[in-house]
Design a binder for this molecule. Structure first.
Ligand code: PHB
Length: 395
């Protein structure tokens, strides 16, 4: 797994030594800047997600004096977009072209598939600060792959029981037809049906279409107990608006993950009553959350989001692990071991740590929109661990 990366790093080390000997001799290659590749979307439906993650990572770096293990940081950005067919070549730009030490990204689960393929082949360390593609920490898990966000299964599995216990028996599920959409719905559907509920219809629309008219008419005629939806970014806001415009918000309970309601500021009361699950809420009462929210607001003049939290923790992961290995990226085995051991006792979302498959073991909070705000009304699942099915490291 680490071989190719080590060979490439060894040759850049030789170049570094030759260069530094000429300059007086005592500077180590490990004193070169650490190269961190950002592989995030900055436009389109997930553009604001990518920007939130970018901000969160930068905040963590800035709070650490812009150093990783004593070394300066050089950030290289290759926009990932949201088109899976460009993922492999864009990752190659960062790895073969820029020779980065770490790649941080992506947001979109389909893009993550390509990113995983390249990271597994090349052995480059990949830290996923959003994309929930289940296989990243299941069948395709690897020592050099980490995720600071969630698996697509985690939030949705957590919503099934509260839904069932609130009396919901028949649901229509709806999302985009792409990896994350189908996995998010699947996490909910499987557990909801195991508990005795019924999915009367599953609706998938092309990604990233926001043409919800036909499916909403369909839902109104079925009149289920609840709708379970997965949408994120710009699509989420549009879905909430159209759901309310169709009058469904008054009649059919809307359930989802907190990605649906992440950007409700400015929407007024139209999302009131929507229930979601998520691993962070701005009102979580811990000192680190309060400090993070304030620092984020001061630095970027906007509210923190779930995406900025995930980015911040990805930044913290590099800060803490690089301190542990004194900035040495050439012994990658020691570095990934240090990364796996990092604990996030000071995360805005509350304490969490990595599973053996390198996915967060974390609480899932139950939220309800009240007076235009996401309010925590309970803990849907405590210290929830993804099953990591098929991950050899987790056996
Ligand atoms: C994903 O594609 O994995 C994804 C995208 C947007 C979200 C959450 C997950 O809000």
């Amino acid at each position: 797994m680490f071989k190719k990366k080590l060979i490439r790093k060894a040759s850049s080390l030789v170049a570094g030594v030759v260069l530094t000997l000429g300059m007086g001799g005592n500077v180590q290659a490990n004193e070169d800047p650490v190269k961190v590749g950002f592989f995030l979307p900055y436009s389109g439906t997930f553009g604001h997600l990518g920007q939130g993650i970018d901000n969160g990572i930068r905040l963590a770096f800035e709070q650490a004096g812009n150093k990783l293990g004593g070394r300066d940081i050089e950030i290289v950005t290759v926009p990932s977009g949201a088109n899976p067919s460009n993922a492999v070549s864009n990752m190659q730009k960062l790895i073969s072209g820029e020779n980065v030490d770490f790649v941080l990204g992506p947001v979109h689960s389909g893009v993550a598939m390509g990113a995983l393929k390249v990271a597994r082949q090349e052995g480059t360390i990949l830290v996923i600060p959003n994309a929930g593609l289940n296989v990243a920490t299941r069948q395709l898990c690897a020592p050099n792959i980490f995720r600071t966000s969630f698996s697509n299964w985690q939030p949705d599995f957590s919503m099934a029981r509260p839904a069932y216990e609130s009396g919901v028996r028949e649901v229509v599920t709806i999302s985009w037809r792409y990896a994350a959409g189908e996995e998010h719905l699947g996490g909910f559907e499987e557990e909801f049906e195991r508990l005795g509920g019924k999915v009367v219809k599953r609706i998938l629309i092309p990604f990233p279409s926001v043409d919800f008219q036909v499916p909403l008419t369909d839902i109104a005629s079925i009149d289920p107990d609840a709708v379970y939806a997965f949408f994120g970014g710009g699509g989420a806001v549009k879905f909430l608006k159209d759901y309310a415009a169709a009058g469904l918000n008054e009649n059919v309970q809307l359930l989802s993950t907190g990605f649906l309601t992440d950007s409700i500021a400015g929407l007024g009361d139209i999302a009131n009553g929507v229930r979601t699950t998520l691993h962070w809420n701005p009102a979580l009462d811990n000192e680190y959350n309060r400090a993070f929210i304030q620092a984020y607001k001061e630095r970027f003049n906007e509210e923190a989001s779930i995406y900025s939290v995930q980015g911040y923790d990805a930044g913290q992961l590099l800060v803490k692990a690089m301190a542990e290995v004194d900035g040495n990226t050439t012994d990658q085995e020691a570095l990934v071991e240090a990364m796996g051991k990092v604990t996030f006792d000071d995360s805005p979302r509350g304490p969490w740590k990595f599973s053996k498959a390198h996915n967060p073991i974390q609480n899932m909070y139950l939220q309800e929109v009240q007076n235009g705000q996401n309010v925590v009304i309970g803990v849907a699942a405590e210290a929830l661990e993804d099953p990591a099915t098929g991950c050899a490291m987790a056996q």
